[in-house]
Design a protein around this ligand. Sequence first.
Ligand code: PAF
Length: 343
Amino acid sequence: MNRLRPFVRTMSTSALPPSTIPLLTTVAEFRLWREAARRDNKSVGFVPTMGALHDGHMCLVRKSLAENDLTVMSIFVNPAQFAPHEDLATYPRTLPRDLEILTAESLSVSGDSTIRTASAVFLPSVREMYPSGIDQNVAAQKGTFLEVKGYGEQMEGKSRPTFFRGVATVVTKLFNAIEPNNAYFGQKDIQQCLILKRLCRDLLLSHPDPAHVHIVPTARDPTDNLALSSRNAYLSAEGRKIAPTLYKALKVAEQAWNDGQPKELCIAQATDIVRNVATLAKESDLEVRLDYIEFNESDSLEVLDRTRCLEVDSRPVILSGALWIGSTRLIDNIVLGDMAKLQ
Ligand code: PAF
């Protein structure tokens, strides 16, 4: 018997769009679904998202479909990871389209006649996720929040000091609700991935355990290698042309690094690439500003202070950066060394 079918709803009487994939909005409802999956001995893969789906999210879904009996996606725009001045209000919310994209994704399992599609979408309200309420201003917050100390202050954390606290808090709640066997995150947010692995390790989580927090390579636009991101939708036509500059700059730094140059020179060459593009963009009144390009240790996330480390140890190094194009902030990274060694 398929115990999961009763959770399908047609939604005609609710605010949610119609969906052939079960849409679950409360933790209690989800726990019933999860219990049925457990009784049926089905493995559960989890893809947490904030919606505005693009092919990067679908790469995570495809991997989950291939590696698990059942795949769950959550769509929740998490207020706690947006600073008061950031784009919570304008973050793209495209649920009907997201459900269409997700419904269209299927995978036929080899050696089997089974076609896998997503099995459930978790769509909690803000109240459901933050029973004690949520204020975007950290100083005014009440209730329980999680910090992964020492790993969220550098790289992205320098410009977004409360971001990883918000991510760690919401993902812990989602892991508690979903109890996935595997969870999938995109490499574009590499610091997020590494912090979440550490969180699972530090909190002794088993669903998922840190080894089952998977980092999936960044999905890129095949025409110009721009990392896919929901925030690319904010770019003007001119900004979109310029957006691949960050990855180009990182590739220049990677090449210099592989040629044996010290990291300061690698960063200087990458910075030059951005500076040249910024000068041209200024002529059309578009402000292009490099936030940072840096090399960091992949285990401690500390800024790399050695001139060169790959000969002496084989731990990967993260080369990452952030670029402002007008009011849109884009991030990207390259892992130098073996991705499989990221912990
Ligand atoms: O990467 C994201 O989309 C978000 O940070 C996540 C992991 C869904 C938490 O809100």
